[in-house]
Ligand binder design. Structure first.
Ligand SMILES: [Ca+2]
Length: 151
């Protein structure tokens, strides 16, 4: 990621005005087309993924995911928007800490226990609204990477 200025410009454009668009700390990726919006104290109620919520369908070519360090979309939360079919590795603020996940509709995302979407530590997949408590799946604090694609 050498052109940080460009990434910031893209992030500012894509994330519009919801929250501070903070680059990169949540993820470790070489893709320039990734934006991260941070919600340090949990998701606002209107953003919590629920059955039938459409998510932010801002750009069909990009897939967005909510990830939070506590269950029910509380704790430290991010919304990461990345191109579909691109594997995202989580960085220290999220790696092995995520307790709830919610892909934007209509995407299907696979979440892996290992980096680089490697299946050595298994994976699970979900559509929106995702899982508000990953302990029910046995995946609490285990996700290290994920990838999304259209359904
Ligand atoms: Ca956690």
């Amino acid at each position: 990621m050498q052109s940080r200025g460009i990434l910031l410009a893209i992030a500012g454009f894509a994330a519009s005005a919801i929250a501070a668009a903070v680059p990169a700390s949540a993820i470790d990726t070489t893709s320039p087309n990734v934006t991260v919006t941070v919600y340090p104290d949990g998701l606002p109620k209107e953003l919590i993924p629920t059955e039938g919520s459409s998510g932010s369908v801002e750009k069909r070519a990009n897939a967005g995911v909510y990830l939070c360090t506590d269950s029910y979309f509380t704790g430290y939360c991010v919304h990461i928007v990345q191109p579909q079919f691109v594997c995202i590795n989580l960085s220290g603020d999220l790696n092995d800490k995520v307790s709830s996940v919610g892909p934007d509709s209509p995407y299907y995302c696979l979440f892996y226990g290992a980096f680089n979407c490697d299946d050595s530590e298994s994976h699970f997949g979900t559509f929106s609204p995702g899982y508000n408590d990953l302990s029910t799946l046995g995946y609490n604090d285990k996700i290290s990477s994920y990838i999304c694609h259209p359904n």
